[in-house]
Write a protein that binds this ligand. Structure first.
Ligand code: ATP
Length: 138
């Protein structure tokens, strides 16, 4: 029977490296799922929720920006940052969201790199808050 291994990696560490039954990830064209036997596939990853199920248990992560590659029996997800849902500091994410919103409100109408950075920071913070709140409510 086909198997599937997930590697979730950031420049800092390897968060996951194990056999899984299914992975669902936030692709740049929308959420996608990968099962064993999936055809080779490449996708951008955007800030959001990545989850996988193994042995009947689902684990949740917040991921930021990067890409995913499905090749052979492996899915590799490489992102700038990722946190296990239970490791997310929700207060820190709320403060990051607030800072980003203030920056965007103040600089509205201007088009520069700082605005892009604030927008990206906002997306990261929203993803972290959503994932953290979701697992708290499960
Ligand atoms: P902040 O402004 O709070 O640092 P950020 O979006 O700029 O947020 P990143 O640059 O994406 O942070 O991440 C830097 C490091 O901090 C990474 O290792 C990331 O996993 C971790 N990190 C960021 N925010 C949180 C959080 N709310 N809870 C736990 N770890 C976090």
């Amino acid at each position: 029977m086909a198997e599937l291994y997930l590697e979730l990696v950031t420049p800092e560490k390897v968060l996951v490296s194990q056999k899984v039954d299914i992975v669902v990830a936030p692709g740049s064209l929308g959420e996608f799922g990968v099962l064993p036997g999936h055809v080779p596939f490449l996708s951008g990853i955007v800030p959001g929720e990545l989850r996988f199920t193994a042995d009947g248990k689902t684990e949740y992560f917040a991921v930021t920006t990067g890409f995913a590659e499905v090749s052979g029996n492996k899915i590799s997800v490489l992102v700038d940052a990722a946190e296990r849902a239970t490791d997310i500091d929700i207060e820190r994410a709320r403060q990051a969201m607030e800072r980003a919103r203030e920056r965007l409100a103040k600089e509205r109408g201007r088009a520069d790199i700082d605005l892009d950075r604030a927008q990206a920071a906002l997306q990261r913070a929203i993803a972290r808050i959503r994932v953290a709140e979701k697992v708290r409510s499960i």
